[in-house]
Design a protein around this ligand. Structure first.
Ligand SMILES: Nc1ccn([C@@H]2O[C@H](COP(=O)(O)OP(=O)(O)OP(=O)(O)O)[C@@H](O)[C@H]2O)c(=O)n1
Ligand SMILES: C[C@](O)(CO)[C@H](O)COP(=O)(O)O
Length: 227
């Protein structure tokens, strides 16, 4: 059940509009990326972290890693133009082991129980993603007018981590690069070659910090955890 994790943190945070990479925004005085890294630092089955960063922010990340005593980082890898390319760079740096997780640096509220559930499923099926059922009614629209209401019972909101056998996900990334395919998550690279990806129930609190209002939700999650 041991694994390594790739953490892409090389985005720009454009939708957050904070004037800096959102990884450095503080939640209860601790940067988002440190909240995320601590989840894996404190999980005994995690044998190594590959952190993908922007080259220009390398010194800032190194300073934080030292300050917060994150000891499991094996490599600091340069990010790419898109999340998919950042993950691919991370995958190429994995040296050993079979199971690999990919987890957004911007998802700081992952729990160990959920990682365990994901690992158990991946050992059996080869690939799995966390997800929660969609709660809203979803409609497709064109030019500002509703075209249809999409049947909700089969819709899932996809989270990370996503877990894979290393050879399977590496091959899928290589094929995507060759064929110029760009997906918004790693599981989609398997789906396009008809490889099954299992769904494991995540938690609604495992949010990705994406837009400014997510910071209010994040503060609420943290204060609830302290109760
Ligand atoms: N070229 C990129 C783009 C994204 N990411 C990382 O992928 C995760 C999920 O991406 P997202 O939430 O979209 O982050 P940003 O790309 O920073 O946000 P935005 O799209 O608003 O600019 C984040 O941890 C982000 O740092 C990355 O490593 N490399
Ligand atoms: C991988 C992901 O977090 C799953 O929800 C998501 O697809 C990332 O997409 P984004 O466009 O970078 O927000």
């Amino acid at each position: 059940m041991n694994y390594q994790v790739i953490i892409p943190a090389a985005g720009q945070g454009k939708r957050m509009n904070a004037g800096k990479n959102k990884q450095f925004i503080q939640l209860e005085q601790i940067p988002i990326i440190i909240h995320t890294l601590k989840v894996f630092e404190e999980h005994s089955h995690c044998k190594g972290i590959i952190l993908v960063i922007n080259d220009a922010e390398k010194a800032d990340f190194q300073q934080l890693i030292k300050k917060y005593r994150i000891s499991k980082i094996k490599h600091l890898v340069s990010g790419g133009q898109e999340r998919q390319y950042s993950v691919y760079n991370g995958l190429k740096a994995v040296e050993e082991g079979d199971l690999v997780l990919v987890h957004d640096g911007a998802r700081p509220f992952l729990t160990h129980d959920i990682i365990e559930a994901l690992l158990s499923k991946t050992i059996i099926t080869g690939a799995a993603t966390l997800a929660v059922p969609v709660k809203d009614t979803i409609k497709r629209a064109k030019d500002g007018v509703v075209v249809e209401t999409v049947e909700r019972s089969s819709l899932w909101s996809i989270q990370t981590p996503q877990a894979f056998h290393l050879s399977i996900i590496l091959e899928a990334h290589e094929k995507a690069v060759r064929e110029n395919f760009l997906g918004t998550d790693d599981a989609s690279l398997l789906e396009r070659v008809d490889q099954a990806v299992s769904i494991v129930a995540g938690e609604y609190t495992n949010i990705k910090i994406t837009t400014p209002e997510d910071l209010y939700i994040a503060e609420a999650i943290l204060s609830k955890r302290k109760m």
